[in-house]
Ligand binder design. Structure first.
Ligand code: ADP
Ligand code: MG
Length: 277
């Protein structure tokens, strides 16, 4: 059986007793090494799910486990936070120190790593996100994409099994968005870190292995990008689009061109179109 890194079983979550629950009976398993996108209209429950999946919130009903540890049990709090790191949307709210090096060290200091081992761990984490040369810089002098990569390095230093990123590129310019997505994609591919990538960019979702769609606190779609994005009508009813290249592929196929349904980003679409010449 494949190992489940993150698991939600019949999970509900309500912010207030009287209010409608933000999550309703959600069950899902995230397998080791998977890179999963989570899509959904505003208010569908994505951020709430993110905070439950790393134990920041405990479920109102049901059970969440991180690497088999029940997030409702206090005894696992630190191990869970270390195993599943959460990156938020706003790069300015995540950096706490006045120097990059200290920022990456911040989480580590709570893990009991001997201080003489810390410099090497910090350097390795910064190298993994392509930010080693910025080690002595002040975070406020960095771009949004660079700040998000520092936030990721701070988590990496703790050797997590999973990274949960809650619209980590939403406030970035296109260059920063590409930088951060590529770094995360590489950490997944080369280090086998399990990734939950919450986004409203369809093109990013198309590059993940699995796509989950949320609506009104429930998971309403779950499949490969090809399976999910072939259901354009259903996505529209959930107030979501298909990735632009999926829409283009549909148009070209309707005109008789033999375009693969797996071509969902610009590069693979260009390849398909060139084959048609
Ligand atoms: P998403 O991230 O998909 O936009 P959220 O998880 O933030 O969705 O929100 C899901 C629902 O929970 C929404 O109805 C939202 O208004 C509500 N909600 C989110 N955060 C809070 C909070 N801190 N207090 C009360 N209600 C909240
Ligand atoms: Mg959100």
């Amino acid at each position: 059986m494949e190992e489940l890194i993150l698991q939600a079983e019949n999970v509900s979550y309500a912010y207030e007793e009287e209010a409608a629950p933000a999550l309703r009976d959600v069950s899902l398993g995230i397998r080791a090494g998977e890179m999963t996108a989570v899509l959904g209209h505003n208010g569908s429950g994505k951020s709430t799910l993110a905070k439950l999946l790393n134990g920041l919130y405990a479920p109102t009903a049901g059970k969440v486990t991180v690497c088999g540890m029940d997030t409702a049990l206090d005894e696992y709090t630190w191990q869970i936070r270390q195993a599943a790191g959460l990156v938020f949307q706003n790069p300015d709210n995540q950096l706490v120190a006045s120097i990059v090096r200290d920022d990456v060290a911040f989480g580590l200091e709570n893990t009991g790593v001997p201080s003489e081992k810390m410099p090497a761990i910090i350097e390795k984490a910064l190298r993994a996100v392509g930010m080693l040369e910025f080690i002595d810089r002040a975070p406020h002098t960095l771009s949004g994409g660079q700040k998000q990569r520092i936030a990721i390095a701070g988590i990496l230093a703790m050797r997590p099994r999973a990274l949960i990123l809650d619209e980590a590129t939403a406030m970035l310019d296109p260059k920063g968005r590409q930088e951060v997505f590529s770094v995360v994609e590489r950490l997944n591919r080369e280090k086998g870190i399990t990734v939950v990538w919450i986004t409203h960019f369809m093109e990013e979702a198309a590059r993940c292995r699995r796509v989950i769609v949320m609506d009104q606190g429930k998971c309403v779609m779950d499949g490969t990008p090809r399976e999910v994005f072939s259901q354009a009508e259903k996505l529209r009813s959930l107030r979501l689009d298909v990735p632009p290249m999926v829409a283009l592929g549909d148009l070209l196929r309707a005109r008789g061109l033999n375009i693969s349904r797996d071509a969902m980003d610009v590069e693979s679409m260009a390849g398909e179109v060139l084959k048609c010449q």
